[in-house]
Design a protein. Structure first.
Length: 199
């Protein structure tokens, strides 16, 4: 929400907090940065249809079409600000815990999947049914499965990065190692932003 309103620092801070809670939040970084740097704002196909209808009627707007993106140094400064927020949160966690043991218990848990207690996700069931000598291979495969969606979706929907964020949130909600009911809840609640996805 902060990103779509062009509130850069709050958007990156919330994303850093999300990453601090679960590493899968880091997958939203490219699409959120695209939302922040996209100068025309979030798009909707309904808006495009209205623009096409106005063009057919011969009406023109006084505003020039802005350039699609800001300068590359803006991208670097946004990534640096996100990295700074993440580093500060990691430093605070290290200070509170007294050492780096929190990394293994939080971020390590989502990468190594030590607890196979049933949950709303897909991972626990798959890993309880497989032989242990395949576990390392499938941990890498399942982790990379989440990552492979980021670049194609950000490229395909570069004209509407908010929609790319919406789709990525759905992918994360489906394939996250330890999902909660809030993950698909956020995705489903975002359907109201995009009425064009309804038949």
């Amino acid at each position: 929400m902060f990103a779509s309103k062009r509130k850069v620092s709050p958007a990156l801070l919330v994303l850093a907090l999300l990453t601090h809670l679960s590493l899968t939040g880091m997958l939203l970084l490219p699409s959120v940065i695209l939302v922040l740097v996209h100068s025309s704002g979030p798009a909707s196909s309904l808006k495009v249809e209205e623009t096409d209808a106005n063009a057919k009627r011969g009406s023109t707007s006084d505003d020039e079409t802005p350039e699609p993106y800001r300068k590359p140094r803006d991208l670097v400064s946004l990534v640096a600000e996100y990295a700074a927020y993440t580093a500060v949160l990691a430093g605070i966690s290290t200070f509170v815990c007294g050492d780096w043991s929190w990394v293994e218990r939080t971020w390590g848990a989502s990468l190594l999947l030590p607890d196979l207690t049933p949950n709303p996700g897909l991972w626990w069931y798959f890993f309880t049914e497989m032989f242990d000598h395949f576990r390392s291979f499938f941990l890498v495969v399942f982790s990379m499965h989440l990552v492979i969606y980021v670049a194609p979706l950000c490229i395909k929907f570069s004209h509407d990065p908010l929609y790319a964020t919406f789709i990525l949130q759905g992918v994360i909600a489906t394939f996250k190692p330890y999902p909660t009911l809030a993950d698909p809840g956020l995705f489903v609640s975002m359907f109201t932003i995009f009425p064009e996805v309804f038949p």
